[in-house]
Design a protein around this ligand. Structure first.
Ligand code: ZN
Length: 183
């Protein structure tokens, strides 16, 4: 009897592998054992703690962090502080804070990194591509002409890590400046 054809793994998306191999490795390997920790949820953090978790800004309603597994340099995520998955559960204050932060983040990235454009959006549900489906978040991805070529595919994780630290130091003061004004 011929062997039963194996169903391909859902995560084995060739486009994902080609486009961002470091991200693919993360998605496959980083499934936590036991109780998963949400990357967006925290109570209080020291500056070192924020740096470690790449959190650029946080107030009572929303936060901004760098994506540890970016699709491009300067890939930010904006999320409500509350662990909610549904848009309808956001309060007016949370929606206003998220909106302000997205506008501020785009303005800062534009000044610091001079991208030619942006992708901004949210993936609602795993089927839509959400890596963390239980906590709403918006991606802000700066785009440059030619950034869809093979450069991202051959970039090593180590190189991306260096970019992350530099990127954090570059952007953190620009969010520090609005911390009092927005909180
Ligand atoms: Zn959460």
């Amino acid at each position: 009897m011929p062997p039963k054809p194996r169903r391909p793994a859902r995560s084995a998306d060739p486009a994902a592998i080609l486009w961002a191999p470091w991200r693919y490795a993360y998605l496959v390997a980083a499934r936590p054992r036991g109780r998963p920790r949400c990357i967006f949820c925290y109570r209080q953090l020291s500056l070192a703690g924020r740096r470690q978790r790449l959190i650029l800004y946080g107030d009572a309603h929303a936060l901004v962090m760098l994506n540890r597994y970016p699709y491009n340099n300067g890939h930010l995520m904006v999320a409500p502080r509350r662990h909610v998955a549904d848009l309808a559960l956001l309060s007016g204050a949370e929606r206003a804070a998220l909106d302000r932060l997205i506008v501020h983040a785009v303005a800062q990235l534009r000044e610091v990194m001079r991208p030619a454009g942006f992708n901004i959006g949210a993936n609602l549900g795993r089927v839509a591509g959400a890596g963390i489906a239980d906590h709403l978040h918006w991606h802000i991805v700066p785009r440059w002409d030619g950034d869809t070529n093979f450069m991202p595919a051959i970039g090593a994780t180590r190189v991306i890590s260096q970019h992350l630290a530099q990127c954090f130091e570059l952007l953190a003061p620009r969010f520090k400046a609005i911390e009092t004004a927005l909180s």
